[in-house]
Design a protein around this ligand. Structure first.
Ligand SMILES: C[S@@+](CC[C@H](N)C(=O)[O-])C[C@H]1O[C@@H](n2cnc3c(N)ncnc32)[C@H](O)[C@@H]1O
Length: 289
């Protein structure tokens, strides 16, 4: 269990590692393609007949996906006011998000409420106030790994949905490379900021247990991790640090290091044109109100 939940929010080195991961993985592009396939129809239904739309992002990071989501809503409902609440504990990434909003012409004057705190603190604060704002669309993109209590978190945000609203969770797919890595080396990896690794499998198990209705869409992605097998490669080492949330070569025994690299090659990836392509498939889960 993480000692202090704010530790999971990215600052300093984790911001740099995350930015490198985004550049190398093409993950945002894969998400954009998936959202462009799925969201227009959903948004038409969510917003039908509404005179105002309320959107929330949890763990939004630098906000690139949020900007796309808001722009899509605006294009489908031109002239309908949209409010946005952001729950994100990273000061650095929130600054990046604000800078991105400032240079996005269609969002410059849009009302944003910035809750610069962990999801856990937001939940406590909202419950203490009693009067909870409800939302048409809430998204949690690649952040569900970090919340302390998966069930309590999903229950809280699903409970904030307005009629016809949707909670979108984008998470690594069951049996993706990330899932295989973190489940196989759970004992070594789940000891610090992430105490309990979740993929789409755990999210769906919770939704099924509660009998909640949801739709799941594939969000396929893969990328070249060949550099991870060259210990002299700076990029390779930094990617391994991000994959394991640790200083890879300094934190594990030589046996564990070798076993993780072997797993990367044999179970988490496929070989294509002499490249090692990591399976970073994601799932996009839309939970109904
Ligand atoms: C992998 S990044 C994803 C960022 C963004 N959604 C994206 O896809 O670009 C995870 C984000 O979750 C945030 N985070 C981590 N723990 C959190 C928590 N307990 N509550 C809220 N946000 C958290 C991090 O600061 C980081 O911005």
């Amino acid at each position: 269990m993480a000692e202090n939940k704010t530790d999971t929010c990215y600052e300093d080195l984790s911001v740099q590692m995350f930015q490198l991961y985004l550049e190398r993985s093409g993950e945002h592009q894969a998400m954009l393609e998936c959202m462009n396939r799925v969201l227009p129809t959903e948004f038409k239904r969510i917003g039908e007949g509404k005179s105002c739309l309320d959107v929330m992002g949890v763990g939004s990071g630098g906000g690139q996906m949020d900007v796309h989501i808001l722009t899509l809503f605006q294009s489908i409902f031109p002239g309908v006011p949209i409010t946005t609440d952001i729950v994100e504990g990273s000061l650095k990434l929130t600054d990046n998000f604000k800078a991105l909003v400032a240079k996005t012409p269609n969002l410059k004057t849009a009302p944003f409420s910035w809750h610069i705190m962990s999801s856990e603190d937001y939940v406590k604060q909202a419950k203490a106030k009693g009067d909870m704002k409800k939302f048409d669309f809430i998204h949690m993109i690649q952040m569900i790994y970090y919340v302390e209590d998966l069930a309590a978190t999903l229950e809280f945000y699903q409970g904030l949905l307005k009629k016809n609203g949707r909670l979108m969770i984008i998470v690594e797919a069951a049996n993706s490379g990330w899932d295989i890595l973190w489940k196989t080396f759970q004992k070594d990896l789940c000891t610090f900021s992430i105490s309990d690794y979740r993929s789409a499998r755990e999210v769906k198990a919770y939704l099924d247990k509660r009998g909640l209705k949801y739709d799941e869409y594939p969000c396929p992605n893969e990328f070249d991790i060949s550099e991870c097998f060259d210990p002299m490669s700076k990029v390779g080492c930094e990617l391994l640090n991000f994959f394991t949330a640790r200083d890879f070569y300094a934190s594990f025994t030589p046996e564990t290091t070798a076993a993780i690299l072997d797993l990367f090659k044999t179970k988490c990836s496929t070989q294509k044109d002499s490249k090692t392509m990591f399976n970073s498939n994601m799932s996009c889960i839309l939970v109904h109100a």
